[in-house]
Design a protein around this ligand. Structure first.
Ligand code: F6P
Length: 388
């Protein structure tokens, strides 16, 4: 009888009620995979690394971690990930591998100061070959998955994408992990802002992240009982916000809560850009609309207003139970895809089941909030203003 031992040796075992002889007769060919985390960090990255290492090693895979996203792939920064290295990772925020949203191997910086660099993808491929890495798992949002897709197209490098981002803006999946935690943090912020709003009879504005999509604002706004929710998909009018605040005053409510997505903008206006980051797959960083809005509400409507910009707090700290579970499911599904040779894909959540979709269907088009989304309709029916 042949058995495979924990070191992947094939052993010939002779049994006749008791063990007679045991000898090695071969070795199982082990696949080697790499995993990197790219783009902005988000809660659940460590949970997904843990899941990939556990599922991978128990299925005979050798797992290499690549440090600092695609930057580490070029700079040859690899560490082998063993089960003993991933203890205690499940609740930890950030990523033990490090990440960056700046390094694109197809347009790689030579120094931090230059916007356009060289095609260093052959170097990245060589580093993968040197380690015997056959399949690359890319845990990323739109930018990182676009780079992964380029490797798949140009080099036929087997890729499996794992969708992460607090923005929840990737197509073909109902959820990216990190989103649930960001919504919880923003909701708690809204609960806390309520007390100051009520005590001071103010209009309190909370600016949340989300890039070009309003998912965080919409979900946190509903969960946190906001009076106005402003999202990029529905350009707003100051008059509509004023009408809502006034309506509340007429009802004896002297305070209002507004959630504004960083990508929200007024009718006929533009998104507010905070900075431009050279070398990033998307160089634009949004931010600043909340303070602009607070100034306008105060000056034009005479209502005392304050803005809180929640910023990177939304990406920090421990993932919620939902995100830990989703990250674990995605990690296990990615390993399953590797073992089945189902590459050029991204794992995704559809109708609460984990599926794989072609990576080509994911890149380059953010998933925006449909203006007739059920949650928008629910919000409208309970009197929330969307500023239109
Ligand atoms: O994509 C995640 C995200 O947090 C966005 O919501 C935000 O616009 C952007 O990243 C901020 O990027 P950075 O960390 O480079 O400031």
């Amino acid at each position: 009888m042949k058995v495979v031992d924990r070191n992947n040796r094939i052993m010939e075992v002779e049994l006749d009620k008791k063990l007679i002889a045991i000898k090695q007769v071969g070795a199982v060919e082990m696949k080697t995979i790499g995993i990197l985390t790219g783009g902005g960090d988000c809660p659940g990255l460590n949970a997904v690394i843990r899941s990939v290492v556990k599922a991978g090693t128990s299925n005979g895979l050798t797992v290499w971690g690549i440090k600092n996203g695609f930057g580490g792939l070029i700079e040859n920064e690899f560490i082998q990930l063993l089960p003993e290295q991933i203890s205690g990772l499940l609740p930890r925020g950030g990523t033990i591998l490090g990440t960056t949203n700046r390094d694109n191997p197809f347009n790689y910086r030579v120094s931090r100061d230059i916007a356009h660099g060289e095609d260093q993808s052959p170097r990245a491929m060589q580093n993968l070959r040197d380690r015997g890495i056959e399949t690359l798992l890319v845990v990323g949002g739109d930018g990182s998955l676009r780079i992964a897709y380029e490797f798949w197209q140009k080099y036929k490098l087997p890729i499996v994408g794992i969708p992460k981002t607090i923005d929840n803006d990737l197509p073909e999946t109902e959820r990216t992990f990190g989103f649930d935690t960001a919504v919880s943090i923003a909701t708690e912020a809204l609960d806390r802002l309520h007390t100051t709003a009520e005590s001071h009879h103010r209009c309190m504005i909370l600016e949340v992240m989300g890039r070009y999509a309003g998912w965080i604002a919409l979900h946190a706004g509903i969960a946190g009982g906001a009076d106005c929710i402003l999202i990029p998909e529905i350009p707003f009018m100051l008059e509509a916000i004023a009408a809502k605040i006034q309506q509340r005053r007429n009802q004896g409510k002297q305070f209002s809560i507004v959630v504004v997505a960083e990508g929200a903008y007024p009718v006929g206006g533009e998104m507010t850009i905070a900075r431009v980051v050279a070398g990033s797959t998307d160089t634009i960083r949004l931010g600043g609309i909340g303070n602009k809005l607070a100034a306008r509400i105060e000056e034009e409507l005479g209502i005392e207003s304050r803005c809180t910009v929640l910023g990177h707090l939304q990406r920090g700290g421990s993932p919620t139970a939902y995100d830990r579970i989703l990250a674990t499911r995605y990690g296990a599904a990615a390993v399953k895809a590797v073992l089945a040779g189902n590459t050029g894909t991204m794992v995704a959540l559809q109708a609460n089941s984990i599926v794989t979709v072609p990576i080509s269907s994911v890149v380059g088009k953010p998933r925006l909030v449909p203006v007739d989304h059920e949650l928008i309709l629910a919000g409208r029916s309970i009197g929330v203003s969307f500023g239109d």
